[in-house]
Design a protein around this ligand. Structure first.
Ligand SMILES: [Zn+2]
Length: 360
């Protein structure tokens, strides 16, 4: 590859390493952040509970005062009653006292009800305070235990920034800008290695999205110094270390075979279109990557969605591909029945190609 692509791969790797370290720090501090949020929520709840209890207490105190005023008033009426001038006046005081007593009884009832409300509110606040104390102690303990790990990971991240910056500085501004934009869009996956699914065939796919690439992609990347983008996912393509020219390019031997293949082979395996098509293509990409990561050759499966055959897709295993498809569908809010049948290949490369019309 030319210097631009070599520098891009370098930046890509440095960037990946930095991102991985950041992810490790993120997951190491995740439980800490959750605990922090829990104590903050509790503290907020406690504040509200305490304010509520206080408010009820004030109300209760006001009612007590009201009762005392009423008592004093009734007492005063009694005194006046004893010195009544005649029976009529006496009866009038009697009536006023009894209505005053009835009002007082109603207020007393509210005061009692309010008092039990105050008690309940105070109990709640006390319990919350105790829980908060426990959770705060837990947080302090977690922080103590995590501090060494956090310090180590933070130092690691700091150390990884310089190589990443150096790798970025080695690029021309335009390439750097393209890289940064793609990295942001694809969560760091700005580049995609070209992949040769079958060593015997001169065919390449984008390892990120599994789209078929033009046959001369290898030579283009190998001999020229320019950015080449995947026509489907737009990532910058590169030649991985495990695909040196002697493995990638079959010189004389395979050239006619490909030509013969090309005429016999159906132009493209039929594939689903639209939203489901995108989902399946993405799922295929992930499952094939799983296979490659595990050092296995991806297998082909005939995929049916809701009983309808939608095409042949590659994956690590039927289980893996199905799981990835279902996961992506669920993520996209799609609910479908998915069925996979392995496409069996014979050892012969030509028969291999015909299997896109599966026998099962
Ligand atoms: Zn792609």
């Amino acid at each position: 590859m030319g210097p631009t692509n070599v520098a891009l791969v370098k930046l890509y790797r440095a960037d990946q390493t930095l991102r991985e370290a950041q992810e490790r720090l993120d997951s190491a501090t995740k439980s800490l952040r959750i605990q922090e949020r829990r104590t903050n929520d509790l503290a907020e709840k406690l504040k509200l509970a305490q304010a509520h209890a206080k408010e009820l207490q004030v109300k209760s105190a006001n009612l007590d005062l009201d009762l005392k005023t009423r008592d004093a008033h009734i007492e005063k009426l009694r005194e006046q009653q004893t010195v009544a001038k005649n029976n009529k006046e006496y009866q009038a005081f009697l009536l006023e006292i009894s209505s005053g007593k009835a009002d007082r009884a109603a207020v007393e009832e509210s005061a009692l009800a309010l008092m039990s409300e105050v008690e309940a509110a105070q109990k709640e606040a006390t319990e919350l305070a105790a829980t908060l104390e426990t959770e705060r102690a837990k947080l302090a303990d977690m922080k103590g235990k995590a501090s060494a790990t956090v310090a180590k990971l933070t130092a690691e991240i700091d150390a990884l920034r310089a190589p990443r910056e150096a790798a970025a500085a080695a690029l021309l501004p335009k390439a750097r800008e393209v890289f940064n934009r793609l990295a942001e869009h694809h969560e760091g996956e700005a580049l995609s290695a070209i992949m040769k699914p079958d060593r015997r065939k001169e065919e390449y796919v984008c390892s990120a999205c599994m789209i078929d690439l033009v046959v001369d992609i290898y030579n283009k990347l190998h001999t020229r110094d320019e950015m080449v983008f995947c026509p489907s996912c737009r990532r910058i393509l590169y030649i991985p270390d495990d695909l040196p020219p002697e493995l990638a390019v079959h010189k004389k031997k395979s050239a006619p075979a490909i030509a013969a293949d090309g005429t016999e082979r159906p132009k493209e395996s039929p594939r689903a279109r639209g939203r489901i098509g995108d989902l399946l293509a993405a799922a295929q990409g992930e499952s094939v990557k799983n296979a490659m990561d595990a050092g296995q050759n991806p297998q082909e499966y005939q995929v049916s969605v809701d009983g309808k055959i939608v095409g042949i897709y590659k994956g690590k295993t039927a289980e893996n591909l199905e799981r990835v498809i279902l996961f992506r569908m669920e993520e996209a809010g799609e609910k479908h029945e998915v069925h996979l049948i392995p496409v069996h290949h014979t050892e012969d490369a030509n028969a291999d190609e015909k299997a896109s019309a599966p026998s099962a």
